[in-house]
Ligand binder design. Structure first.
Ligand code: XMP
Length: 394
């Protein structure tokens, strides 16, 4: 097993030696998130400098139910004690009613580093280690989206701005390489196999305007569906929440619907189109797109799912200012102010991704769980690959 032409053993040893050389006898704070990237970066530092490493996890308020406690327990198992810093009210306050995806990400990043620099000061540390990986900075630099943990690569000097230097041991690696290193150094399986969870967490899955109520509803349905989401055959499967969309049409939407009916071989009535209030991120060529979302309803929705690849091609051609197509998999009900999208993707490197087929029985179970929350009115399955969409909505 090789990484960039080196045996994994040598690759890891070189990394550890380099960390030792850079850090010397200084203190380093590690920002743990619960995911594999920050676990690998921190554990490499732990192997290099031992107790001079101070691992912390920030409770931003945007983690899933129980996630902080689980993470702390897993790190205890490998001998690392992680300090929890509760900063949720700080984050909620700063993000209240903010709508724009990039603005939300930037505020999140600002608060995140404010809290971390406090921790660095308290520990009298000189460095912060974080698990930045290649797609994070490639996409941030490319202007596709602001990853919460990318600073240096886009010209922010953390020393000047926050008072510490960064150590990013795995910034050249892609996800599959990170997993190989994780296995080699003995990171617990639950962490290695955990589906990627973005740094800004559920914030970027509360699409559009941030409200506490919206977050609470998303946390609840995510908790209710967790076991079903795990059993979807996907690299990543999660839920996102939106304001209930409105029925809408336009000449272009009519043209698209006509093409869709031709593709699935069903004509006639019973089709509905919905336009969402929010925008969602996508990629066009190498650039970032922030486009509209279209919801499509037909009672026998599996007809859409069977032909999803062809439908998406027509969607991108006819409606180029849209980044997402969502198929309603519930019956619309009048009550409730939010809609939920189920997002599932299959991918190796997370730079491109396809949408897996959805098992109808499983889909029904997920819908049933979600609709237990009376705040929800529609449930959709997002059938847009990356590109033209991104995996997350913001
Ligand atoms: P996108 O949405 O860019 O996602 O197609 C690609 C992968 O990256 C994850 N992701 C993030 N991870 N901080 C992270 O640590 C972030 O700000 C962030 N944004 C997206 C996403 O979940 C997917 O696995």
């Amino acid at each position: 097993m090789k990484i960039y032409g080196k045996e994994i053993k040598d690759y890891v040893n070189d990394l550890i030696n380099e960390i030792r050389k850079v850090v010397d006898d200084k203190v380093v704070v590690a920002a743990i998130s619960g995911g594999v990237d920050s676990a690998v970066a921190s554990y490499l530092c732990w192997l290099a400098i031992g107790s001079n490493l101070k691992p912390v996890i920030i409770d931003t308020g945007f983690m899933r139910e129980g996630e902080i406690d689980d993470t702390v327990k897993r790190f205890e198992e490998i001998g690392m004690h992680v300090e929890v810093i509760d900063a949720s009210s700080l984050f909620y306050e700063a993000l209240k009613n903010k709508k724009d995806a990039e603005e939300k990400r930037k505020i999140f990043r600002e608060k995140f580093y404010e809290v971390l620099s406090e921790a660095v000061k308290n520990y009298n540390a000189s460095y912060l280690v974080q698990g930045t990986i290649a797609p994070d900075w490639i996409e941030t630099k490319g202007g596709i989206k602001t990853q919460h943990n990318v600073l240096v690569q886009i010209g922010i000097d953390p020393e000047k701005k926050f008072g510490f230097n960064l150590i990013e041991p795995i910034a050249n690696l892609y996800k599959d390489q990170v997993r190989k290193v994780a296995e080699y150094i003995g990171i617990p399986k639950e962490i290695i196999n955990r589906q990627p969870f973005p740094g800004p967490g559920l914030l970027i899955r509360c699409v559009g305007e941030f409200e506490l109520e919206k977050l609470k509803a998303l946390k609840n349905v995510t908790f209710l569906c967790e076991k079903y989401l795990q059993s979807i055959n996907a690299s990543q499967a999660f839920l996102a929440i939106f304001k209930k969309p409105r029925m809408a049409t336009s000449n272009k939407i009519v043209e698209f619907l006509k093409e869709t009916k031709r593709i699935i071989g069903i004509g006639g009535r019973g089709f509905k189109t919905y336009e969402f209030y929010e925008l969602a991120t996508g990629v066009k060529g190498d650039a970032r797109a922030y486009g509209k979302l279209l919801g499509l309803y037909y009672k026998e929705y599996d007809a859409f799912l069977k032909h999803k690849d062809e439908i998406i091609q027509e969607f991108s051609r006819i409606l180029p200012d849209y980044t997402r197509l969502l198929i309603m998999i519930s019956d619309p009900r009048p009550a409730g102010k939010y809609a939920i999208a189920l997002r599932a993707v299959v991918t190796k490197d997370f730079m491109t991704a396809s949408v897996p087929d959805l098992d109808m029985e499983l889909a029904q179970k997920i819908v049933d769980e979600i609709l237990k929350d009376i705040r929800i009115t529609h449930v959709y399955y997002d059938i847009t690959p990356k590109p033209p969409a991104t995996i997350e909505y913001e």
